[in-house]
Design a binder for this molecule. Structure first.
Ligand SMILES: [Zn+2]
Ligand SMILES: [Zn+2]
Length: 120
């Protein structure tokens, strides 16, 4: 026996077949509230919302962007800010900061001593 259901969206009656009722009962689903047309439209609208949500999230969250975009912005940032390393001046013993990793086999000088040696 095929019953009819009135769509809650467009008030149009639509067929609710025995086959569909069995299909839904097997999966523990309630009977449909919307006609097939409105159900499809509803699903498409929801998918559209999802796409919009992802688009919005993308523009705000850099972690969702492609690796290339992220790497590009990272290298641009590191060019502006040079990493400074703590070092001890080999001439006057004052602690100083140098833009390279201090090595034991090469003396590191503070700015004053470096300029003084260069000027000699
Ligand atoms: Zn409908
Ligand atoms: Zn020094």
């Amino acid at each position: 026996m095929t019953s009819q259901i009135i769509c809650q969206h467009c008030d149009e009656p639509f067929d609710y077949t025995d086959a569909e009722r069995e299909f839904r009962q097997e999966r523990g689903l309630a009977r449909p509230l919307l006609c097939p047309t409105c159900r499809q439209r509803d699903r498409q609208r929801r998918n559209g919302d999802l796409v919009n949500l992802y688009m919005r999230t993308d523009s705000f969250d850099p972690f969702l962007l492609g690796e290339n975009t992220q790497a590009g912005s990272t290298s641009r940032n590191t060019q502006d800010i040079r990493t400074m390393y703590d070092a001890t001046c080999a001439a006057c013993g004052e602690s100083t900061r140098v833009p390279f990793i201090p090595r034991n086999d090469r003396p590191v000088y503070c700015k004053d001593c470096f300029n003084a040696r260069k000027g000699r």
